[in-house]
Design a binder for this molecule. Sequence first.
Ligand code: SAM
Length: 253
Amino acid sequence: MKPRLGQHFLIDQRILERIIRYADLKASDTVLEIGGGNGILTNKLAEAAGSVVTIELDRDLADGLASMRRDSNVSVIHGDALKVKLPYFNKVVSNLPYQISSKITFRLLDAGFEYAILMYQLEFAKRMLAAPGTPDYSRLSVTVQYHADIEMLENVPPSAFKPQPRVKSAILKLTPREAPYHVNDLDFFNRLLKVVFGQRRKMLKNSITSAISVLGIPIDNISRLDEAILQRRPETLTPQELAELSNIIRDEI
Ligand code: SAM
């Protein structure tokens, strides 16, 4: 077992069955799995879908998966899911290695899919789901919700895994869709979110003013913003209000 690779294997059969039910797979589906591990989920996915591609970083586990599923509808990629070329897939179902949660989520969203059923650490899942004005609302909430609808399916206790992780888990459904608001410059929006949520106790006026060089904007652009907005803290703004703020100060008029 390699704890640094997040090797906690699902042992609760009822949760496994429910993951398969949530995934609602068809013979026409190609499912991507991140971290096949000992194959407990891979095997169930292979029964329900047309084909499965599983990416596993641990060589021994990848070899085990490949020999277990030889001549089947499963292909195994040995490598780092953050680096390997992603194959074709239309759905994703995985008990994720938690140490790559953020990076792999954005990589998958970039690649595009119909929907994903993913197990995350509960604390991380709460931040993905969080609404404005709540303590968990953060840069992650805004950026993930920009790309997809996020739905909580169930909480999962540590006892569902062997060895047991120290943290609780949760299963989410991610369904990519167009954002309900427009962002002119996504890269600038991301940098702005980093600045304002990096100093979440500060009023926007102070955090943005102290970061004009990081943001690459002239100080004058801040005066384009409504003073009432500038007096607020980032966690009180909806994603749409944050996007409007980004569009206003970024635009070179
Ligand atoms: N699929 C199994 C299950 O459902 O019980 C194992 C899930 S376990 C939480 C995560 C798996 O991801 C481990 O087998 C680990 O070796 C693998 N892993 C960790 N980092 C990875 C990475 N960067 N790319 C691909 N696989 C990775």
